[in-house]
Design a binder for this molecule. Structure first.
Ligand code: ADP
Length: 443
């Protein structure tokens, strides 16, 4: 499987996980909200229904007749109700009187039963399919043949001068409006949820692309690095093998030639070992493996030690190497050997890329919160386009020249990795033909 399809599959998997998790969260919270809404509406409606018998109850109970056949009296108390077994001519105003403040007053009906459960009276708008017998459950919900739902509440009535129950009062209402609203909410959810889920899926795909981007870039960089490292190792190894083969073919008597060629082998071996050491250092810097805790390092000592160390090399190259150090001691927290390596790479480069008779100055300046080490040369300079790339691994401005002088193309990459580890900034300013200045600003 090539890397592109591997990353595409990983992106797809990530997007599916994102979409799945977000979809579940969205659906669960949507359903939760739906249930909460339905329950609130239902509870409100039950409270509304319950409030009607509450008011009726108190005003009607003292008037209830004790007789077994209360029809005549009932007609007086409830002139708006139809009495069972008699033609119904009443208008439904009783409920209206007792439901002041309820928005839809025509939706309620009332029924009166005697204590045996026989229907005595009812309001004319009661559902036709309602049975004349009493169901004693407090709350009931039923559906008529037309599919309209009703919800009703039954309460016991006591007459004023009797201890036992007089009968039952039943108040109900149609759920048409309630069901209509629930249907509307369901429709909104049925349309809104898939739209929200498809938006989640699209954004998941986009987000997983964003998440994969740095991984993909780092993977490509790693691949590029491996390819470059293999290439850099192959060339010295091939020439080393060729030299060894040539030595083997030279007659033993020709000791002088053998000596010269063994020196070449040694040089090539050293170059290889140098390259491998640089690669290992870069890897350990990246992995932060075996890192010692940061300690106070005296930057004055660092600059003067390194200037002294490179003095011989600079003299041999006919370069004037000097350093400028402030009288007070400047300290920073860091890994001393790594900081030495960083600055020595900069000084080595300055000497390497400065023609004979040039100047290299290493200076240390203390700021308010930072310290700056600058390595300035009067060398060949770097064109602006290359200034951005010289810190890349294996990047050389002039490959052949750099290789000939023993450069691996890793010096500045190592310097940058060390600087980053110390949260320091490493910058270059350069003018072609005039020279360069590398500045390291440490905390
Ligand atoms: P190398 O081992 O090839 O010197 P570096 O990573 O140290 O690799 O440097 C990368 C490139 O940056 C070099 O090939 C060189 O062209 C350029 N460079 C670095 N320092 C200087 C300098 N002081 N003056 C001019 N060019 C420089």
């Amino acid at each position: 499987m090539n890397s592109y399809s591997l990353f595409r599959r990983s992106r797809l998997r990530l997007a599916l996980w994102y979409a799945g998790v977000m979809g579940v969260i969205l659906s669960v919270s949507g359903l939760g909200m739906y249930r909460a809404m339905v329950q609130t509406k239902w509870a409100g409606m039950e409270r509304e229904i319950e409030s009607i018998p509450g008011t009726l109850h108190d005003s009607v109970e003292p008037l209830l007749p004790p007789s077994e056949e209360p029809t005549a009296v009932l007609q007086q108390i409830f002139p708006d109700l139809c009495v069972s077994g008699q033609p119904c001519k009443a208008t439904p105003t009783l409920i209206q009187r007792h439901t002041i403040g309820i928005s839809d007053r025509t939706t309620y009906y009332i029924r009166l039963f005697n204590h045996q459960g026989k229907l005595l009276a009812f309001s004319p708008n009661q559902p036709l399919s309602l049975p004349p017998t009493l169901n004693r459950n407090s709350w009931q919900t039923f559906r008529t043949a037309k599919g309209i739902r009703y919800h009703q509440f039954t309460t016991i009535l006591h007459s004023a001068n009797a201890d036992s129950s007089w009968g039952y009062l039943q108040i109900g209402r149609t759920l048409e409006h309630f069901d209509g609203e629930i249907r509307r909410i369901r429709w909104i959810m049925a349309i809104g949820l898939p739209i929200a889920l498809s938006l989640v899926a699209t954004s998941s795909w986009w987000l997983s692309g964003l998440a994969m981007q740095p991984i993909y870039q780092s993977y490509q960089q790693q691949q590029q690095f491996t390819a470059n490292a293999a290439h850099e190792l192959r060339s010295p190894l091939a020439s080393l093998l060729a030299t060894v083969e040539a030595i083997l073919r030279i007659p033993q008597s020709n000791q002088q030639d053998i000596q010269i060629m063994l020196h070449t082998v040694e040089r090539q071996g050293r170059r290889l070992s140098h390259l491998i050491a640089d690669l290992l250092l870069l890897t350990s810097l990246e992995q932060n493996s075996g890192a010692k805790p940061f300690q106070p390092c005296c930057l004055n000592d660092l600059v003067s030690d390194l200037t002294e160390e490179f003095l011989e090399l600079a003299t041999a190259a006919d370069i004037n190497l000097t350093c400028q150090i402030p009288p007070c001691e400047v300290y920073t927290l860091g890994n001393e050997s790594q900081l030495y390596r960083l600055v020595s790479n900069l000084i080595a480069n300055a000497i390497q890329y400065t023609p004979r008779g040039g100047y290299v100055t290493v200076s240390l300046v203390k700021g308010d919160y930072t310290a700056v080490i600058a390595v300035k040369d009067t060398g060949i300079g770097i064109v602006p386009a290359d200034q951005k790339r010289i810190f890349d691994r294996f990047y050389r401005v002039d490959g052949d020249r750099s290789r000939k002088t023993g450069g691996t193309g890793l010096g500045l990459a190592i310097a940058m990795a060390i600087a980053q580890k110390h949260q320091a900034s490493l910058k270059v300013e350069s003018q072609v033909g005039k020279g360069s200045i590398f500045t390291l600003e440490v905390l």
